[in-house]
Design a protein around this ligand. Structure first.
Ligand code: URA
Length: 229
């Protein structure tokens, strides 16, 4: 037996306070009967639903965070705050999908699904990721061509072909299909345009959109499907 409110949190419905609000609206049912009391003890066999949709503890969770600068992508660290500090208790066991540098902002995914995690970070899958960068200098046609051919970095690392779209003086969009260490910063530096600000805006078809900085939201099944298709 366990408390209904804890079960709802563990299923990823929301934080404790969000769950409390949801319960108040009568959207949760246990074995078909609407329940508003989160302290209700439910049996393991109980069928819990939200808006008529059955909830299951083992369900796959994928969430998207708009990472602020100053947090490192790790599950723990002795010195710096980590991205896990931005998630409520019920999501602390999720794993970040890939990584963003401490100073990079924007779209970072988390999941409890090992298979999905592997798919998304596998170099074979090559999910395109779109970054907005502020940088020194202005990207020119030669830079766009060099990115399209596949850059060779200062340490002779060969990069896959990538897309550079100049947006004006000191601003560009960069699309890469791999995730090497400091990839975008090193690519731009290799063309004499050191990055001063970096934000990931898109991963596959998934767009960061207007999700506020520091906030997260769960992906829908449809969004998860599009990510892995
Ligand atoms: N490329 C970088 O240089 N940094 C990031 O955080 C992501 C991509």
């Amino acid at each position: 037996m366990q408390r209904l409110d804890k079960f709802l949190c563990d299923c990823g419905v929301g934080s404790r306070s969000q769950v409390k609000q949801i319960l108040k609206t009568g959207r949760v049912a246990v074995d078909g009967c609407p329940v508003r009391d989160g302290s209700l003890k439910i049996a393991e066999s109980a069928q819990v639903s939200l808006d008529g949709q059955r909830l299951q503890l083992t369900g796959r969770i994928v969430l998207m965070l708009n990472k602020p600068a100053g947090y490192i992508t790790a599950t723990k660290d002795a010195h710096d705050p980590t991205v896990m500090d931005l998630l409520p208790a019920q999501y602390k066991s999720l794993n970040p999908v890939g990584r963003l540098d401490k100073e990079t902002e924007g779209l970072l995914l988390f999941t409890n699904d090992g298979e999905l995690l592997h798919k998304l970070i596998s170099p074979k899958k090559e999910v395109p990721k779109v970054y907005y960068a502020c940088h020194e200098g202005t990207a020119k046609t030669e830079d766009v061509e060099a990115f399209a051919k596949g850059l060779v970095l200062k340490d002779e690392t060969q990069c896959l072909p990538a897309k550079l779209e100049p947006l004006g003086a000191g601003e560009s969009l960069i699309t890469v299909c791999e995730g090497k260490y400091h990839q975008v910063r090193r690519m731009m530096a290799s063309r004499g345009m050191p990055v001063t600000y970096l934000e990931r805006r898109q991963e596959g078809d998934l767009i960061l959109g207007d999700l506020p900085r520091g906030q997260f939201r769960l992906l829908t099944e449809q969004e998860i499907f599009l990510l892995t298709k």
